[in-house]
Design a protein around this ligand. Structure first.
Ligand code: ARG
Length: 462
């Protein structure tokens, strides 16, 4: 016997090449605390089913506790001969409590139902951590928005000046996307919590009269899986979390890209805090937005983790196949990446200093008040098609004269159309423009204040 979990029917041990390929302890060792919790719950189920004496049960539980303490102390390690975390922990448990008692724990369970359950538990904890970090970032964005309610900026479409907006309004647009990500994490958790796979065995369930529901409850699930094949073979919970992680990455990359643009000389919208930016080894003047660039770059990695995982799952026949061992590294990497990235993004955002005067000065440029002229004409009873034409003619006249819309004289306006009376001046200011967009979801200061309150309400549940 080679000491592996399945030596009985083999005359010779695994080749070193097979062992090297098969080994997963370098990435699944992090499941140790969850494996131990699963084993404890399973020992309780065996006790309840009359398959363990209370002495054996007590000895197993104290052995599992001892392993847990050693793990926490950084003093528990897999051996190169261990195939995976489950086999390693069985070997280590037997070393603690002896072959006779330690060998009883595997009854009625398989690594297939174990790993599916532990993986869910691990991901639930880390999805929760990611959600808390996301919440910090949303709060940092909301704080910046609250602090800049009186600042106007050029709103853009196609990256061209479009219409003036409040800086707060623009910042909050990023916050809402992240709030939906937060809600996706919560929805995901609700679905994952429903089904613990423990008790599914290899694929067909158990003949030993164990109670999967009790195990499920002990491990923090609402219930156990209704189908042992699905319980051991499905990994949509992994792909779904990898998607949410990728979407978070994409949302962060859009915020990051703006910080990168805004901190250029040409934009000059923001200055980065020294502690949240980097220098150059050769150019002494440089201050680089590395956090934002890494956020942009890591979005690619998060997308790759999702697509790699989906490719692994595609067309896999039921039930468990060893391919499924490839499910862990991508999503472990995704949560690790977000756990590193989110606090850095939060610090970056919280310490941005905006050049309010420059933002305000640029806001009306590029004829961004032309829509206001058209809408003013509509309020005066002019059909929008005509109003659009006339406002366009104003822009053309400005281009000829090399000036901006507020600088056109009353006479110039009148010569474009008698409809363009001096009343039009009431909308030819950025403040007037922004204040006039006061429908729900608009950029008027009162609406943005309302939006901030709505955001706080949405966050209260998290
Ligand atoms: N380490 C495997 C995984 O992560 C679980 C072991 C299942 N192995 C097996 N031969 N059934 O998927």
């Amino acid at each position: 016997n080679t000491g592996a979990l399945w030596g009985g029917r083999f005359a010779s041990g695994p080749s070193p090449e097979l062992q090297a390929l098969s080994r997963s302890t370098h990435f699944d060792w992090r499941l140790t605390p969850y494996d131990l919790a699963g084993s404890r719950a399973h020992a309780n189920a065996l006790l309840s089913a009359g398959l363990l004496t209370s002495d054996d049960h007590a000895s197993l539980v104290s052995g599992l506790d001892a392993l847990g303490e050693r793990y926490a102390a950084g003093d528990l390690h897999p051996d190169p001969s261990d195939e995976d975390v489950h086999g390693a922990l069985e070997r280590l448990l037997i070393a603690e409590v002896g072959q006779e008692v330690g060998g009883r724990l595997r009854a009625g369970r398989s690594r297939n139902d174990q790993v599916a359950t532990l993986f869910k538990m691990y991901l639930r904890d880390h999805a929760h951590t990611v959600a808390m970090l996301l919440l910090d970032l949303v709060s940092a964005i909301a704080d910046q928005a609250r602090g800049h309610l009186d600042v106007v900026m050029p709103g853009r479409t196609h990256l061209q000046h479009a219409q003036p907006v409040l800086l707060s309004h623009h910042l909050l647009a990023h916050a809402w996307a992240l709030v939906r990500d937060l809600e996706r994490l919560r929805d995901w958790d609700r679905r994952v919590a429903a089904d613990s796979p423990y008790g599914s065995g290899a694929l067909a369930g158990s003949s030993l009269g164990l109670d999967p529901t009790a195990v499920a409850r002990e491990l923090g699930f609402d219930g156990s899986t209704p189908n042992s094949i699905d319980g051991t073979a499905s990994r949509d919970f992994v792909a779904e979390l990898a998607f949410v992680a990728a979407q978070i990455g994409v949302d962060l990359s859009r915020l990051a890209e703006e910080v990168i643009l805004w901190s250029t000389k040409e934009f000059g919208f923001v200055t980065l805090h020294d502690s949240w930016s980097t220098g150059s080894s050769i150019m002494p003047q440089k201050k680089n937005p590395d956090i934002a660039e890494l956020a942009r770059g890591k979005a690619g990695r998060l997308i790759g983790n999702l697509t790699g995982l989906l490719a692994t799952l595609k067309a896999l026949p039921l039930a468990y196949n060893r391919d499924l061992q490839e499910d862990k590294e991508p999503v472990f990497d995704s949560v690790d990446t977000l756990e590193l990235l989110l606090p850095a993004m939060t610090g970056l955002v919280a310490t941005l200093t905006f050049d309010n005067a420059r933002l305000a000065a640029l806001a009306p440029q590029g004829f961004s008040l032309a829509t206001d002229i058209a809408e003013w004409l509509v309020r005066e009873g002019v059909p929008f098609r005509v109003a659009h034409e006339l406002a366009g003619a104003c822009v053309r006249r400005c281009e000829e004269l090399g000036c901006d819309l507020p600088e056109l004289s009353d006479a110039e306006y009148a010569s474009i159309s008698p409809l363009l009376t001096s009343g039009v001046r009431s909308v030819l200011s950025v403040e007037g423009s922004v204040a006039s967009r006061n429908g729900r979801g608009g950029t008027a200061p009162d609406r943005v204040r309302e939006q901030l309150a709505e955001l706080s309400d949405r966050l209260a549940g998290h």
